[in-house]
Structures are given as structure tokens and as C-alpha cells.
Design a protein around this ligand. Sequence first.
Ligand code: ADP
Length: 169
Amino acid sequence: AQRWGHNLVLHRHKSSLPDVRERTLIAIKPDGVQRRLVGQIIHRFEQRGFKLVGLKMLQASQDVLSEHYCELRTKPFYGSLLRYMTSGPLVVMVWEGHNVVQTSRTMVGNTNPAEAQAGTVRGDFSIHVSRNVVHASDSVERAKKEIQLWFQTKDLLDWESWDQTSTGD
Ligand code: ADP
């Protein structure tokens, strides 16, 4: 009965957070990988309480990048952006949790590092907009499209968080 009671409390707690399944795409750009920042960036998202549901390292293709950055194709920096993004491997991740899209944007910081607050990824690790270490989806809609573009559904894991005090049996 005690165990049943415990589960019931957990269930109630879960249902009070209806949007915990929100997901976003975070990519560590080639300069972030080159500078060995992968661990520190992942650490920030784990520490904040988000759940990693997909992760891979890859060399991005022109095709995927031109889709990913389709809204920027008329910008003067578009060509150099694609060269930068194909200059080395990326680490692409899907993170899940309450309000993850908006909170990740805050954690990543302003697009222009001069405007990025200290304590954000860009504010701590970057000085130039064309080498700004990390990508984060800017809306829930864009996040859905970007996750579909970079990941196959089967590569996203819908795993249960364990109650850290339980032994699992
Ligand atoms: P964000 O990545 O913050 O969502 P944008 O979608 O506006 O920003 O731009 C996408 C990426 O294009 C930026 O992260 C940056 O790498 C690059 N970029 C944006 N503006 C410039 C610029 N003026 N010069 C060079 N690169 C830029």
C-alpha cells in the first residue's frame, strides 16, 4: 500500500507539469568542438535539469544546412555561415523539459556575443557572431522542424527518469 501511495504522489506531481515533453535542438558548432567545449555545454543543460533524448556527432552536409538555415539564404553572411558550419564536426542534441526552447535560448545568449550576458554560453565562450559556439532552436515550431531535419524518430529515446532515491527494485 505504501508503494502504491508513493507512485500516486509521483503521478500527481507529473500531471501538474503538462508541457515537460517540449523538446529543442541544440548544436555545438565546429568551433565549440575544436575548442573542447562539448562537455561543458552538455554539463550546463544537465545541471539545469533538462533531459538528453538524442545525441550525435556528424559532419553536416550542405543540403541539411541549407534547409536548417533556409530563412537566412538572402543574408550577406550566408556563404561564410555554411563554410563555417561545414568546417568540422558538429555535436547535435535534442533536449527535453519544461519550457526548454525559451530557457535554452536564454542559456545560449544573444546571437551577437557583444550583447550576450556573462553566464550564457556565448557570453562566456565567444567574442564574434560568426564563431558563436552553439545553436539553439528559437521557437517550438522551429524546434519541431529542426529535430525532424537532424534526427530520425528512432534515434530519440523516450526514457524514464528514475527516482534517484529508489534502488530500482
Ligand atoms: P541564432 O543562432 O542566435 O538563432 P540567427 O538565426 O540570426 O541567430 O543566425 C544564425 C547564425 O548565423 C548565427 O548563430 C551566426 O552563427 C550566424 N550569423 C548571424 N548573424 C551574422 C552576422 N552578422 N555575421 C556572421 N554570421 C552571422
